[in-house]
Write a protein that binds this ligand. Structure first.
Ligand SMILES: [Zn+2]
Length: 113
């Protein structure tokens, strides 16, 4: 399952952050989930609960934030935020824009004590 692999990746990043900030316990994890990342937040939260159990972040509160997708036109540099990532540029009509946000999942914040 895609979400389990992602949850393991989150745990890996959280572990690095916890060590870097000298946290003995992680109580909150903030995640940004792109609209086009194909991540189902509920499934990720469920997978994280299982993966984090017994780790430094066991039982941590999850703060899942959804990030809308944004595109930039390669022709006229116009930035736009359509529902559909394949939508052509509304300013010049060019197809094949560059995705500048909303494509991935990011660990935004790791907090604890
Ligand atoms: Zn354009």
């Amino acid at each position: 399952m895609h979400e389990v692999a992602l949850a393991e990746e989150v745990l890996h990043i959280v572990g690095i952050e916890a060590e870097r900030h000298g946290l003995s316990r992680v109580t909150e994890i903030g995640l940004s989930i792109g609209a086009w990342s194909c991540v189902v937040p509920e499934a990720l939260a469920f997978a994280l609960e299982a993966v984090l159990a017994g780790s430094v972040a066991s039982g941590a509160r999850l703060d899942l934030e959804s990030v809308p997708g944004r595109l930039r036109c390669g022709e006229c540099d116009n930035e736009y935020a359509p529902e559909d990532r394949y939508e052509p540029c509304p300013a010049c009509g060019r197809f094949g824009p560059q995705v500048i946000a909303g494509n991935d999942m990011i660990v935004r914040r790791v907090a604890g004590a």
